[in-house]
Design a protein around this ligand. Structure first.
Ligand SMILES: [Zn+2]
Length: 72
């Protein structure tokens, strides 16, 4: 007769909760990064352009159309 050789294991360690104080700088950083990305995809063109020429606009042109920003 075969017997099970399973030994009881310790319960999995639970992850410590992340406090809002630890999370806030990362949330702020991510928010600023997303706003910069949104600016370059959606607004970097013409009078609001930070960079001369059309290079940045052309690099992000497909993303602009994908997200439905007005372009041309
Ligand atoms: Zn376009």
């Amino acid at each position: 007769m075969a017997t099970s050789a399973v030994t009881p294991t310790a319960p999995a360690a639970t992850a410590a909760p992340i406090s809002l104080r630890e999370l806030a700088p990362w949330a702020l950083f991510t928010g600023v990064l997303m706003l910069v990305l949104l600016y370059f995809v959606g607004v970097e063109q013409g009078a609001t352009a930070l960079f001369e020429g059309e290079n940045v606009h052309e690099w992000l042109h497909d993303g602009r159309h994908l997200l439905g920003f007005p372009c041309h």
